[in-house]
Design a protein around this ligand. Structure first.
Ligand code: 7TS
Length: 415
């Protein structure tokens, strides 16, 4: 590949690729073409090195030790909180709660804010394009509290039906939990507008930012969301750590989530007082190494610049969408006007899984299946799709490889 083939004058994708050691590897004799970034992104060397540095140089438990290693580990851990605050433009570091990921963040809100504030007959609004982790925690809560789950329908293009959303905003609606970007369709939902409308109706809003934190410049203050959850592993960081942002007042009024060490101020058998924010929600020894490494992922993104990345990913999306249409019988599922850089598709008379296996035989990694969005697949009347999702290190040539792989796979399957 040559630098002149770069699709963007601004982002040097070939230089960026060098920061990701895994992109050097071969799969089944072919150079890896990694197009499963919506599931998890690959990690730059700086993130991998941060993990090694922690374990080789200052592994210690945090917050309680007075020795040097404990102080160094605590400082590194807490510096990630500052980096996250900056990354999502929250007002204060106390509003940044470390979790295991988006799923845990949503469950935390359901089990604390939800348990305290919802009662029988109250309504929770989600959309038809949610990931299971933004459906099931609410179903569990509804079963416990007698609350009701309402669903905003989507159009054939994969956009929310705004009038239906407005109709759902009755005085019974207490909470809206919505994906910023659909992992199955790529739709970017108008969350700022949704938040404004929901607030007018007296409901709070949780934004599931699992897919958006990596693609969009997030400003929780501008969005005015009440909660925002995302996972480190989808923003070039490690697995096993995530973030829940919550507005200070809401977090302060919420009961505790898990109980144990760290989240207490003082314990006695007569009664226990709880720690301040954010520690009130961080019981037990956290995932220290991965949290420390998350800062390096954020700094990596910041060093390149969000705008450059957005432009590059947009070009990839446009190029992939155009080229995919060359495949006879291919249909793109999700044609929203505002889309992130992923394409879900089906090809007539072929099964997504067969296509995925044949692509893997050429080193091309895509996701196939229902993408943890079974209700959405049912709505479209399909068992699943093939999903190619792009990251800042993907190239136009890789999309060409995908097209060749698909042409060959379709030819083989239709024979
Ligand atoms: N919400 C959305 C919109 C997601 O895409 C995902 C993960 C989650 C929540 C859950 O995130 P986790 O980090 O807690 O697991 N999405 C995907 C995917 O599309 N393929 O694999 C995981």
């Amino acid at each position: 590949m040559t630098a002149s083939a770069s699709i963007s004058n601004e982002l040097d994708v070939y230089a960026i690729r060098k920061a990701f050691p895994i992109l050097e590897r071969k799969v089944k004799g072919w150079p890896l073409v990694y197009l499963d970034n919506a599931a998890t992104s690959q990690k730059p060397f700086a993130v991998i090195q941060a993990l090694t540095d922690y374990y080789t140089e200052f592994n210690a438990n945090i917050h309680r030790g007075i020795h040097t290693l404990a102080e160094e580990a605590t400082a590194a851990f807490e510096s990630t909180r500052d980096a996250v605050r900056r990354f999502i433009q929250a007002e204060s570091r106390e509003e940044i709660i470390f979790t295991r990921g988006t799923t845990e963040g949503i469950n935390l809100v359901a089990q604390t804010w939800g348990r305290k504030n919802l009662k029988e007959g109250d309504e929770i609004i989600v959309s038809a394009m949610e990931h299971h982790s933004n459906i099931v925690p609410w179903q569990v809560l509804c079963a416990e509290k007698g609350s009701v789950l309402r669903v905003i329908p989507v159009t054939g293009k994969g956009e929310l039906i705004w009038e239906e959303f407005e109709k759902l905003l009755t005085p019974r609606a207490k909470l809206v939990s919505i994906a910023h970007i659909s992992n199955a369709l790529g739709t970017i939902n108008p969350v700022k507008k949704i938040i404004r409308k929901a607030h007018e109706a007296g409901a709070i809003v949780i934004v599931d930012g699992a897919q958006s934190a990596v693609h969009l410049d997030i400003n929780v203050r501008d969005l005015n969301c009440d909660f925002f959850a995302f996972s480190a592993h989808k923003v070039y960081g490690p697995t096993g750590v995530g973030v829940l942002y919550g507005k200070m007042q809401l977090l302060e009024d919420m009961p505790v989530f898990q109980a144990g060490g760290e989240m207490i101020k003082e314990v006695s058998f007569e009664g226990t007082t709880f720690n301040e924010l954010p520690y009130k929600f961080e019981a037990g020894t956290p995932n220290i190494a991965d949290t420390i490494a998350l800062r390096f992922a954020i700094e990596f993104l910041e060093s390149i610049g969000r705008e450059k990345i957005r432009k590059h990913e947009e070009e990839l999306l446009q190029y992939a969408s155009e080229r995919l249409m060359e495949i006879p019988g291919l249909k793109i599922i999700g044609q929203a006007a505002q889309k992130a850089s992923l394409v879900s598709f089906i090809v007539e008379n072929t099964h997504p899984q067969d296509l995925g296996i044949l692509l893997d035989n050429r080193g091309i990694a895509v996701r196939t299946g229902h993408h943890c969005a079974q209700p959405l697949m049912k709505l479209f009347g399909i068992p699943g799709t093939v999903r190619a999702s792009f990251a800042l290190y993907n190239t136009r040539e890789e999309i060409d490889e995908l097209i060749v792989g698909l042409e060959k796979a379709v030819h083989l399957l239709k024979r």
